[in-house]
Design a protein around this ligand. Sequence first.
Ligand SMILES: [Zn+2]
Length: 299
Amino acid sequence: MSIDEARLTGTEDPLSAERAYELYWAELLGDAPRFTCAGTGCSAPLTCACLTKPEQTLLIRPYFRSHRLDDHAPTCEVVHGRGEAKPARGADVFEAERPAGHFRAPAAAPARRATPAGGGTHATRPRPSHYYRLSSLVQKFLEHRRDKDLAEAPVTIGGETTTYEALFRNVYRQKVADHLQTRAVWWGTASLRATKDGGYYLRFTRPFRHGDELLKPTITLTAKDVDAYPVRKLLRARLDKLIAEHEGYCVVFAWAKPWMPKDAEKPFVRFYIDNLDHIDVRSPEILEELKNTSRITPA
Ligand SMILES: [Zn+2]
């Protein structure tokens, strides 16, 4: 059984599996963190699946799972009282900046707070999902694409609510001049290589159009930026694995505007990534996976 939230054992606030995953890779949870069910009065031990895997696909993604149903307390609403309608979810929210002090291990549980009179549990309140790493949003994009509901699935980004379909744009053959003000999640297949100074260089394999020219956009990740990024261990593990296993062939997603120099003799297009939370690079297997999942979906 897949469970959305759990407590780090000995702490109070529930955290999502995505959050546990990034804290683990920011080296804040130790080598073998333990998790407990967040249900009322429940202390069932949970495992976070795929926690230590650097890559993510439709099948490989972090989630909590339970060892035995009997471990849960009779009062636990996480496993009991399923089948009740889940509260409706609002749009997923992508925050462009993390709150200060976001990368801290969860605090140890203080003495139990008294439950406010008549207060419901956190589980009954509909809460939108907040994301800080583009990778979390890409995961949702892939799931919606598989489920063929991209056009209906809302997402709030940079303070504006749109749909996954409108937000994610493939660069292929789009007229770049029309999009110099379009901040979107631009994506496409790309080639990736490590640079001599310890950074990375990406070049899309398919181009934007500019007059008669076809321009393949590029992205540079400097060693300095990578080293200053709290989840650098995960970023480097993913990128190095793609170079080792796929000769750098990858699928890149970047939340950015395409940039062109004003009067260069030879035009070119770049994406500048000012925050490494705003780029996600995945293995080409996700393309295959999406093709396969759409084939078995009834028309
Ligand atoms: Zn439980």
